[in-house]
Design a protein around this ligand. Sequence first.
Ligand SMILES: N[C@@H](CCC(=O)N[C@@H](CS)C(=O)NCC(=O)O)C(=O)O
Length: 171
Amino acid sequence: MECHPLYKKDPPLPTTGRADHATSSRLLVMLAAVRSRLYKTATLPFSSSSPFFTLAASSPLQRPHASMSSPKDFVEDTINNNKVVIFSKSYCPYCAETKQLFRNFFPNIDVKVIELDERPDMTAIQDYIKEKTGRRTVPQTFIGRQHLGGNDDLYAAYEEGKVKTLLDESA
Ligand SMILES: N[C@@H](CCC(=O)N[C@@H](CS)C(=O)NCC(=O)O)C(=O)O
């Protein structure tokens, strides 16, 4: 199976610092233009603390890591607060099969999918999952806080009836 980011069907918006900066700069220029036109036409009481500017300055584009928890806290909180968690990568075919298993056989179960390749802390999260489970590959699935393993492990567990048992037990 092909497993490479270039095979991803829907590439994410640019997430590098430079792209973010360019995007937010363009946004600020647009907002400034709108602000100056409004000033001319309606003389509205804008100031530098206008909601427009507050919004732009606190945008995740400018402060991408500000509210992020540690990789360990993020993984543990996610597992504790969701019945089924799949740590995945959006372009990974094994991950697609894992997601498909739940869609096919357990369509009414909420599944929390974390697409690691869409997060800036991907590597740190994979490091923590490796520390926790001994596995660094994706997917890694947890049901009711219990680690089931990769895609092969999940399908084997499904065949044995273990997936259903764990889902029932963690109701
Ligand atoms: N046999 C494994 C194969 C998993 C696998 O090779 N995943 C690739 C992604 S498609 C991987 O994790 N590569 C290393 C990485 O992305 O860090 C399974 O069934 O889960």
